[in-house]
Design a protein around this ligand. Structure first.
Ligand SMILES: [Zn+2]
Length: 377
């Protein structure tokens, strides 16, 4: 299969997908993207199911049947996971158009992760053209990864449980490494209730919720443990109404990242055990771990080594990396199904106006993905 000649068509398709802007919270926009992705899959020989959703854009399941009855060790499908939404609001294209310069391609979502969708469609186009894959392949394109995958998580888990291997189309690291670990991600809200009073006439009868929050912020930040890969970030704080009013409420939003199993439970317990430092104030803590960690454990090591050997057979030297950010791979890892992430093109700067991919990485990733789909046992 020759992928080198496919770069112009890959770039053209990427431009079309990028120009269908698809922010997570705009259902109509994500639905337009879903229609287009569904059509591209049909053209490449897939049986396509559009799964209607109300709380997010629709989901797309595309299934490729093998050309022949597969070997018994290849009877379970490989699942490809991609998300169709981006973090960029409608209209971003006007100030951040799709463009190419010095071997790099720029635009909203080129790397996270429309480039990955193009890689999957190209690998499957090549397999379809040569008579079909040697085993079943399922692709799930989801509408809400950037907003936490609350709608898509059940379907992700259901399809992953049936799979022999799950490959996630998130961007590769800038050096082309795939993602073999990701931290777990939690979101917590800490609310302090005090008592309002006039700052001049009645100061002593007020209970300053912001003062109480100051104590809590320090306690929360101190739970960070770099040795264990555990971090807490009070990232947003609000409270009070005016400088001459003792504030009766303050709210802090906290981001939690964990690497090791058990850390999320330990930190959650510590957060729920926070107690007020000032008499007459009250705390309310809510939140949970949204994505469990995907550690570089024995299963991951085995999965990476197998894929690395397949890559070497295709003339690609594959490196292992990881990131503190979460993805849908985090939902697959605890199921005990082999999973590898970062199969999309190598790039950098995602979620910012500097987002880009290396153009030649599109071709290399399509070659890699096709090789894995054919050789994984
Ligand atoms: Zn992504």
């Amino acid at each position: 299969m020759d992928f080198d000649t496919r770069l112009p068509e890959m770039t053209a398709l990427l431009q079309e997908l990028v120009e269908i802007e698809s922010p997570s919270h705009d259902k109509a926009a994500v639905d337009r993207m879903a229609e287009r992705v569904a059509e591209e899959c049909r053209q490449r020989g897939a049986q396509v199911e559009l799964v209607p959703e109300t709380a997010a854009g629709n989901q797309v399941i595309a299934r490729w049947r093998p050309a022949r009855r597969p070997d018994p060790q290849k009877s379970r499908p490989i699942l490809l996971l991609g998300h169709m939404d981006t973090v960029f609001p409608l209209g971003t294209l006007a100030k951040m158009p799709f463009s190419e310069q010095d071997g790099k391609i720029y635009g909203p979502g080129v790397s996270d992760m429309k480039g990955g969708i193009v890689v999957a469609l190209t690998a499957l186009a090549a397999l379809h053209a040569s008579g079909g894959p040697s085993r079943p392949v399922t692709a799930l394109f989801t509408p809400d990864e950037e907003s936490g995958s609350r709608v898509s998580r059940p379907l992700i888990e259901e399809l992953a449980r049936q799979a022999a291997l799950v490959l996630v189309l998130e961007p590769g690291l800038p050096d082309g490494a795939v993602k073999t670990w990701r931290k777990g991600v939690g979101e917590f809200t800490v609310r302090v209730h005090g008592r309002a009073a006039h700052a001049g006439g009645d100061h002593e009868h007020g209970r300053n919720a912001i003062e109480e929050m100051a104590h809590q912020v320090l306690a929360i930040q101190r739970l960070t443990d770099y040795e264990r890969g555990t971090t807490l970030n009070v990232g947003l704080i609000r409270g009070g109404t005016a400088s001459n009013v003792v504030p009766d409420e303050a709210v802090a939003e906290v981001d939690l990242r964990v690497m090791q199993p058990g850390e999320a439970e330990r930190i959650a317990a510590a957060l729920f055990a926070l107690r007020p430092a000032l008499d007459g104030t009250r705390l309310e803590v809510t939140g949970e771990l949204n994505r469990p960690p995907m550690p570089f454990d024995e299963r991951m090591k085995t999965t990476f080594e197998k894929v690395k050997a397949i890559a070497a057979g295709a003339g690609i030297e594959l490196k292992a990396g990881g990131t503190g950010g979460g993805s849908d791979a985090n939902f697959v890892a605890p199921l005990g199904i082999p999973v590898l992430d970062g199969l999309g093109p190598a790039g950098e700067g995602y979620h910012s106006e500097r987002e880009y991919i290396f153009a030649n990485s599109l071709v290399e990733r399509a070659k890699l993905l096709a090789a894995i789909l054919e050789a994984w046992e």
